[in-house]
Design a protein around this ligand. Structure first.
Ligand code: HEM
Length: 448
């Protein structure tokens, strides 16, 4: 009993330390008694992970039911089966196959504004700095150009809403869900949620709303999208929630790793300069071919038109390998089944664990080292050993969008300014809701 409680607390406080200890003993697949999820099978074994992705008895979507009050009943995150597929078909074109280059203008604009507000020698959290940028971008992508005052209002509403459940206990413990108005945490959460919903509903009532929401409203009027107002609100809050903090946490880890590796940093900077020169030469060349778009059937980690940022992309992937912000996926057995030699009871959770898989010494040479060039030539056989964005039919709905944005944010920041780490001690992996983030942000100092 005591061991169970200790494991649960370790998992909540420092899951990476617990997983490192298992890995050190050669443990790639094992069972753990986990808080909320109960007895679960964790695995980083690529053969077992490939089997889990194919296994129809192991489904996603149930492990996130506690988020229903936050994202609503129609969110991609909580849906299953045919409804899940239908909503992926509606949402993915905007973040997988749409004109990704259109978002670049927004990324550059918001990075430039954030840098302007950060004078030389100032210190700031790399994660918070990026989260401000990515929140501004996702609001503008979802709702279009709202004008400065309404945009700021939207930022405030999202921050208040997200801030009302920073302690996840409120989502998991039903007794805490009592509405005593502003005096209670649950009451404040409900009020903040209502305010955000009203904001989106106001946009739904306007004929000329922009962004993804406006496009979907136009598709609905034209009869090409079958989606209700409630469904639209649910997807908008889902993308607000998952569409900015994840990338910011991953960028926090990227700064943590690259700023400790002067050689990799110099190489990446050299490449950014070269890409800029090539881009301005290409602009002057009217014969440039159109850029390819990512193929939805073949989600690819490569971004065709960002191909020249080979080292930067590799360093970002390597950072996500070493420090995945989501440490495991959650699959729920809807019937008794097997994962390799492990028998799984109906209702049991199976967790394909990227932290274990991505540090597997049988797959990655020197798995605990940041080797910035490792992903210059990624190996096809890494497919089930490197999956920071998930796998299968629940693969992250924003993967190409996030990757593109991260490359651009990094190239704008590192190409225009110098930074150093200002933390007194190296950042450690700490839990922030479901994300594992670098403690302290990490703290960056802008040098010039
Ligand atoms: C570095 C940034 C990101 C990382 C590491 C990440 C990671 C993940 C992971 C691991 C999953 C679960 C996949 C599974 O269960 O198999 C997921 C799902 C999801 N992500 Fe991301 N994500 C990132 C950025 C984004 C962005 C920018 C958006 C939106 C624009 C987004 C939207 C979603 C949605 C809606 C889902 C649910 C998909 C479904 O259940 O069908 N994510 N993400």
């Amino acid at each position: 009993m005591l061991t169970r409680i200790r494991t649960g607390l370790d998992w909540l406080r420092a899951p990476c330390a617990l997983l490192d200890a298992r890995l050190a003993k050669g443990g790639l697949t094992f069972r753990l008694d986990l808080p909320v999820m109960g007895r679960s099978l964790l695995t980083g074994d690529p053969a077992l992970i490939a089997g889990i992705v194919r296994n129809k008895e192991l489904i996603g979507g149930r492990g996130t039911q506690a988020l229903r009050p936050v994202v609503g009943d129609h969110s991609l995150i909580v849906l299953e089966g045919a409804r899940h597929e239908r909503h992926r078909t509606l949402m993915l074109p905007h973040f997988f196959t749409g004109d990704m280059t259109a978002h670049d203008v927004l990324t550059r604009k918001w990075v430039a504004r954030a840098l302007e507000a950060q004078p030389p020698l100032s210190c700031f959290s790399g994660m918070k700095f990026t989260a401000d940028i990515t929140l501004n971008i996702i609001i503008e992508v979802l709702f279009g150009a709202l004008g400065p005052a309404r945009h700021e209002h939207a930022v405030g509403l999202v921050r208040k809403w997200l801030g009302s459940f920073t302690n996840p206990a409120i989502l998991f413990l039903k007794p805490l869900q009592i509405n005593l108005g502003e005096r209670s945490a649950w009451g404040r959460f409900l009020n903040n949620r209502t305010a955000l919903h009203r904001f989106i509903e106001d946009l739904l009532a306007k004929p000329d709303s922009g962004g993804v929401l406006g496009t979907m409203m136009r598709q609905r009027r034209a009869g090409t999208a079958d989606v209700s107002d409630a469904e639209l609100v649910s997807q908008m809050v889902t993308f607000l929630m998952f569409g900015h903090d994840t990338s910011a946490a991953a960028m926090g880890w990227f700064f943590h790793h690259i700023l400790q590796d002067p050689r990799a940093l110099a190489d990446v900077r050299g490449e950014i300069d070269l890409c800029r020169t090539n881009a301005s030469n290409a602009l002057a060349d009217p014969e440039q071919p159109d850029l390819e778009q990512p193929d939805p059937e073949q989600p690819d980690l490569e971004q065709p038109d960002l191909e020249q940022h080979v080292l930067l992309r590799s360093a970002i992937h390597e950072s996500m390998r070493l420090s995945p912000v989501v440490v495991h996926l959650t699959r729920h057995a809807v019937a008794p089944t097997a994962v390799g030699d492990y028998q799984i009871a109906a209702g049991e959770r199976v967790l394909p664990c990227m932290y274990l898989a991505q540090r597997n010494p049988a797959v990655f040479d020197q798995p605990d080292r940041f080797i910035a060039r490792r992903f210059v030539n990624p190996k096809p056989e890494w497919r089930h050993s490197y999956f920071p964005f998930g796998l299968g039919n629940r693969l992250c709905a924003g993967m190409p969008f996030a990757l593109r944005q991260m490359v651009l944010i990094a190239s704008e920041m590192l190409g225009n300014c110098n930074f150093e780490l200002a933390n007194a001690a190296p950042a450690k992996p700490v839990r922030n809701m479901v994300l594992i983030v670098p403690s302290g942000g990490p703290l960056l100092r802008r040098l010039a």
